[in-house]
Design a protein around this ligand. Structure first.
Ligand code: ADP
Ligand code: MG
Length: 253
């Protein structure tokens, strides 16, 4: 039996659309499993981001519930939600959304301090090690505007994982990067997942999707299919790419 850490139950999201309504998510039931690298795919506008926002508590569904560690994210207090976001969830988006008047290191530190999980000195030590491991030590004292997109996105990942969250939510994290930065960022995410942190990533990039061990396909407001794979291994990249590509073409992606 696999261990689910998050349950989406009959999740619907409906937007008003002129006189009518646009049902983006239609009573979706989905579990997210511990230590998985879950991918969400689907055509543009199919509701991938909306699903990520509603499952992660960033936005409320129109109806349905999200259960995480016995709590309903749709009804917990703002305070509890803020605590959860600071400690148990990490977020990475297409744009890094770093605070513009803080250096890369300061951006990571602030996220660590807000989580109140460790002593400040411990957090600083870990942040520094992380930035070294990620290859952005040289850029640590620069403002985001003085760094490249790849450097900013590395810092955004460090910020997302500094408080050792259980679950990292990524919405097209490589969508604005060139090929080499994309591979670097994906390697970082794979390493994080290998160390036991669960990841849920929305992507439309096959190169990114091969990192997952479970791919959900969203269409017409439903998860219409899923593909289960073994955990990512670099040696199997070509086979994974072929397998996913074949699956996607059957889904007419
Ligand atoms: P994807 O991430 O798969 O490209 P989104 O989740 O961003 O798709 O959007 C799915 C649908 O929901 C689109 O038709 C979009 O126009 C609509 N949508 C998203 N956000 C809003 C909003 N805040 N108000 C109204 N419609 C929205
Ligand atoms: Mg999107």
């Amino acid at each position: 039996m696999r261990n689910a850490i998050l349950h989406g139950k009959k999740i619907s999201k409906v937007y008003a659309n002129g006189q009518g309504k646009n049902t983006v998510l239609n009573e979706i039931d989905v579990n997210i499993y511990k230590e998985d690298f879950t991918i969400i795919m689907g055509t543009s506008g199919s509701g991938k981001s909306t699903l990520l926002y509603t499952l992660s508590g960033m936005d409320l569904p129109t109806s349905g519930d999200v259960e995480y560690k016995g709590k309903n994210l749709c009804s917990i207090s703002e305070k509890e939600m803020a605590r959860l976001r600071a400690r148990e969830f990490g977020f990475v988006f297409q744009q890094s959304h770093l605070v513009s008047n803080l250096t890369l290191l300061e951006n990571v530190l602030v996220a660590g301090y807000v989580s109140h999980t460790e002593k400040k000195s411990e957090i600083r030590k870990r942040a520094e090690t992380m930035l070294q491991d990620m290859g952005i030590w040289e850029a640590k004292d620069r403002l985001p505007s003085e760094t490249s997109g790849g450097e900013m996105q590395r810092a955004a990942i460090a910020r997302a994982v500094i408080s050792s969250p259980d679950l990292i939510w990524c919405d097209e994290p490589t969508g604005a990067l060139n090929k080499s930065n994309t591979e670097d960022i994906l390697n970082l995410l794979s390493d994080i997942n290998k160390k036991g942190q669960s990841i849920l990533m929305v992507t439309h990039d096959l190169r990114a999707a091969i990192r997952g061990n479970r791919i959900l396909y969203l269409e017409d407001g439903k998860i219409i299919d899923e593909l289960i794979l073994t955990p990512y291994r670099e040696a199997e990249e070509k086979q994974r790419e072929r397998r996913i590509s074949k699956w996607l073409s059957e889904l007419q992606w």
